[in-house]
Each structure stands twice: as structure tokens, then as C-alpha cells.
Design a protein around this ligand. Sequence first.
Ligand code: IVH
Length: 674
Amino acid sequence: MSTVNPRQRLDVLCQLLNDYNHQYYVLDNPTVPDVEYDRLMRELQSIEHDNPELKVATSPSQRVGGEALASFSQITHLKPMLSLDNAFSDDEMQNFVRRLEERTGRSNDVFCCEPKLDGLAVSLLYVDGVLTRAATRGDGLVGEDITQNVKTIKAIPLQLRGDDFPQRIEIRGEVFMPFAAFNGINERAIAHGEKAFANPRNAAAGSLRQLDSKITASRGLSFYAYSTGVVELENTPMSDHHYGQLQQLKGWGVPVSPEVKQVKNLADMIAYYQDILNRRSELAYEIDGVVNKLDSIQGQDKAGFVAKAPRWAIAYKFPAQEEMTTLLDVDFQVGRTGSITPVARLEPVFVGGVTVSNATLHNKDEIERLGVKIGDKVIIRRAGDVIPQIVSAVVAQRPNDTRDIEFPSTCPECDSAIERLEGEAVARCIGGLVCGAQRKEAIKHFSSRKAFDIDGLGDKLVEQLVDEDMINTPSDLFSLTQEHLLTLERMGEKKAQKLLSALEASKSTTLAKFIYSLGIREVGEATASNLAQFFKTLDKIKAASVSRLTDVDDVGEIVAKHLYYFLKQPHNLAVINSLIEAGIHWSVIEEKDASALPLVGQTWVITGTLHTMGRSEAKEKISALGAKVAGSVSAKTTMLVAGEKAGSKLTKATELGVKTLDEDGLISFLAQFE
Ligand code: IVH
């Protein structure tokens, strides 16, 4: 047996895990799937567990988090962490460049353009290449010690690569949460009935400021460096240009945004801004603008600082995505499937580059969660092409005359009842056939192939007929005339005649198809067919209670309720009646008299192997003749079907004097009824 030296294996594992992270986060070139990374990580943890003396300070196992802290300690920054001045227009950018030139007496300077990441600033201190301390920005002078948490962020190297890094170097950058991680966390939060994060920046901040670093480890945070702080060189010269310094950082294994670019002048900076703004929705993380920095470090020193921001850098912000406005009213919209959505009517406000006067409020739960009232000041947010959302109500500024948002009790479009099933967030109008909002979808479904299968009546024509007010419900289809049809565009005599014949032919149908065509929620073809088989007549289905409906195969509580409520709506009944008046008919499903079946009152048992039909088919055939098929033999058993290798049941039947049939006997017995 070969023994692996744990020290050697541990070295290999550390090297592999560090390389995989580097390939993923710095080189943007993932080489192994997550499961492989996780497998190696578990192996490393297990070796360290068994050999604690081998564990090093830079071990990748720190990525999983450690003991929770009681509180964060404070860290005074070696150099203040500054913020940035903002520009909101090309003119303001022009002013920035002009002032900079005046101040430094330089011209034709090169700039470095970077995305402005929407996360939070951190400072990382590497001593002899080892990450030794990490801090939040705090107020710029004093931040919090978040070293344990930062070590769980896989994008941040625990050890710098190579050997030409400064003896001490402070690296500054942004910790952020990519959209994928953000969406996943919010989906899980909502599924657990917890509050979702309003945006990726809040989510990143909430995840980084956790006393339990294991929580931070689970949040999928990432990092890009954007500057250095204090650097103590020894013999490593830093580049005299910002862009060059970022490349050095990258060389030492620190991730830098691939979007960073050196440009020549103002026009280039404006073009860069436009380009990034256009590609914003393609990026995997949130940005709120671009940052333009004078590239020359010498030039930066000349420009100096004003208050808390450098004169040599500026954030050119994208149009705000969040604004405050007033909630004027709430309307309720009915979707094509009957879903009722509350829509906020807002005092128009310019946000994210467009004027917004409506925002979705999703559903009743969301209204309750927001605690918003009509008349409130609200924060609205627009991200990319997404429908504007209400983020929060500004309760501190609530006027005296606000009103509660009242959910309607009937459909605002057709006055039918609204239902909201247990466990569902969405309320729906159940007037499927008559509701104006659902009309087109209902008629399309009605005429589709598996329903009335009306040849020549495609989706386009349905829309045309509804738009021209020629039909409102499926039953109106049957009063269309050649004259009516010929008034439509692209409708010739031949086509009209064909459609009328197809409508006429479709009148002869089956009860199952008729039920399916009504478009009752959750009632598909199979359920419609089971209903027809079980009840035989439409009247019986209409009269059935919810609990009676659940006696049908595949009909559970939810489907039964959909059916029940649908068939209680006067509007829906009116459409059903007019369809029947229009001549829709189906052949009667014969009631078989159960008491007349030949094996009524008998109990059969089947055992052993049946070669020609199998036990389940045999069971079906025997039950169809009226017998009960039981699992065990008793004195009450009428007949035991004993296939090959029948065992204890056959013995028992013989003991009890129960009659038996072998497979051939069963086949000839059944043949007499075919
Ligand atoms: S440079 C002295 N570069 O924006 C310059 N900041 O509004 C200090 N930020 O606190 C910052 N992306 O959190 C810089 N590429 C970038 C940035 C960036 C995001 C953040 C950073 C800073 C804030 C200032």
C-alpha cells in the first residue's frame, strides 16, 4: 500500500486550490467545475483536521469561515480612504479636465477609465505577500476589522503570487456581489419568508459585516482592486502610472476589472462612458458609473486633494436608478391569464434616463411587506429594462391624509370573482371566458387543436375578430356569418366559407373536449377526460361539490376548487349555455349498470407469474367485470388466480377450499365476456 505524505499532499492541495481561484477570478478562465474545487477543499480540511500542526496562515481552508466574533474591532487607516467627486454630464467632465490642466499645468495627459463598482470599499494589507489585515472604509479614517470575513472571499488572494511584490502593500478595491449570487440569495430569502435585499450593494454590505464568517463565505462575494494605499517598497518599484500599477497587482494575483482602459483625452472618456453604459446590462455585476483617473502618479501628486476627494479622479455617474416620488393611486390590472396585479400610479419622475409614472407592486404580500399607503413618498428603482419597482415607503415623511391600498373583491375588468389559493401569491379573476382581459387567450384556447380544433381559426384571426369587436366569447364564434367575415382584411369568400364549415363541423364534439376547451385552470386534457368518464354528464359536473370532484382520478383539492368556482360563475354558465344553444353537442356516455356486471359481489386474488397478460392487466380485466381484487386469501375469497411459481397463497387457498384458476383457465374464463 502506498502512503502519501500528508505534508506533500497538503502542499499540492493548497497549490491546486490557489491556482483554480486565480484562473477563475484573475485570469477569467475557469478550468475546473465547482464540485472539483469543493472536493479538494474537503480533502484539505480533513488533512488539516488530522494534522493541525501542518495548517498554515495562508491555507485556502480559511475560505470556509471560522469562529464567530463577538464584535468587530476598529482599524485606523494608514492613509485616509477617500471618496470621489461626481460628474453627471459631458459638460461636467469637460470642467473636470479643464480644472485639472489648470491646476497641474499639464496637458495631453493620459487617463485611466474604470467601471464604478457598486459594492463597498475595502483595504487589504499584505505583509511579505500574506494577507494580514482587512478593513472596511468606515468614515474614511477609521474602519472595521473584517479580516476573517475577507479571507472567505475566493477572489481575494491569501498570498500574493510571484516574488517581486513590495514588503508591505495596502491594496484597495471594491467587494461586490455579482447578480447571480444576489438573485440566488434573494430567491432563497423569499422562499423562506424572509425579506429580500433591495440591491446587490446592500446584499454585499450585509454579507461582509457578519460576525459569523461562515455566513460571509456562503454569499458568493467577489472583488476587484482599483488602487493602492500605503506601499513600502524594499526593492520593488511601483509603476509611475495608475494603469501600470493595476497591471502589477494583477501580476501578483489580485483581480482587476477587465474593463479598465487607458485613454488619451476627454472625447475618449466620454466614449468609454457611453460604451459601458450600453453594455451595462451584459455585465455580471452592478455598476453605477465609470471612474476616470489621471493616469500619471506624478500628475496626481501635483493635483492634490480637496476635502475628502482627490482632484485627479472623478466618478461619471450613470443616470440615477433610484428616485423619490409620490404614490398617487393604485390600479389593478388583469393579465392575460387572469392574474390581478396592483400597479402604482406615480407622480412622474425622471429615473435611470426615462420618465417613470407607473411601477409594479407585484401582489398583496408585497404591498403588506412594503407597508405602503396611497399618498406616501416612495423610493422607486429602475434597473436596466426591468419594470420599475417600489423599493420602500418613506415612512418618516408620511402625510396625514394617506389611505390604505384596498384590494378589489371582484375583477375590475369583468366583475367576476377573484380567487387566491392557499400558498399562491397571485390573485386571479376566474371569469376566464368572459373577462375582457382574458378574452383573446380564452378564445385561442377554445379553438386550438386539442379543444374545438377549428380549422382556419389561428391565433392571428382570433385577435383580429376580437379587436374588430366581432366576438367576445367563444359562443360568438358560432354566430359569425359570411357577411361579417368578409369585412375583415385578408378575408376572401373561399376562406370565409372554409372557416364557417369548420365551425359547423366542430359542433359535434365530446364532453371531455368540451370541458377541456373551457380553459379552466389546471384542467388539462387528461383531467377533462377523467371528469367526463366519472360524471358522464355536464349537469352532474356542474352540480358536484368540491369534495365530490376530488373523487375523480387526478383531481386534487386545488383543481376541484378551480372547477367548482368556475362553474358557479353566472357569466361562465351563460357562455356554456349559449354554446349549447348554438348547437354544440356530444354523444351520450352510456351509464353502465354496475349491478349488472357478471362478477359483482365476488372477491378475487391474483398470485404468481402470468405470462400472457401480467398481473396488472389481469386485475384490470377482472375488476372491469365487477369483482373486487384483494391482496390476500381468506375464506371469503371467491377465486385465486395462480400463475407460475404461486406459493403460500396457493397453499392457503387449497387449505381453505378456495377455487383456483391457472393462467390458461383465466384466459378462457375471460374470453366468454369479450
Ligand atoms: S477610486 C481616491 N475606483 O466609489 C479614489 N473607487 O464614490 C478612491 N468605487 O469609496 C476611490 N469603483 O467604494 C475608485 N474603480 C473605482 C471604483 C471606486 C467603485 C467606489 C469606492 C469609493 C466610492 C467613491
